[in-house]
Design a protein around this ligand. Structure first.
Ligand SMILES: [Zn+2]
Length: 124
């Protein structure tokens, strides 16, 4: 766990990931590192054809108006994946991304609290 994020209770959605520093739009907020799976799990994040299970990434909640997005980039030796800020993020704000812009099919679809629509994945 890094010192730039903290996992804590959201009050209504279980745990979430919160920033403990400021990020400007375009900054890398979180590198996604962990084990890869061929099928999605409840806490995995889709990166290309695979799904990465990252401790901190697994705690990032969905938001329809999120403050980060998943970026996959070809590095020198392998693919790199991270969450990039799409707006300025203040200390103490929850870090979110829109699952429907990234996940083809959710392992566990859920009803979003902000509009009551089912979040199933972008391919659904
Ligand atoms: Zn929503």
């Amino acid at each position: 766990m890094t010192e730039t994020h903290i996992i804590k209770e959201t009050g209504n959605k279980g745990k979430g990931l919160y920033s403990t520093k400021k990020y400007g739009k375009g900054n890398i907020v979180l590198f996604l590192e962990g084990n890869y799976f061929s099928e999605p799990t409840r806490t995995s994040i889709q990166v290309g054809e695979k799904h990465i299970e990252s401790w901190e990434g697994g705690h990032v909640n969905h938001h329809c108006v999120p403050n980060t997005k998943v970026v996959v980039e070809q590095g020198e030796f392998n693919l790199m994946h991270f969450l990039v800020a799409i707006k300025d993020i203040e200390i103490g704000q929850q870090i979110t991304f829109d699952y429907e812009t990234n996940e083809t099919e959710m392992a566990e679809p859920f009803k979003c609290r902000c509009h009551g629509r089912w979040i199933r994945g972008k391919g659904q």
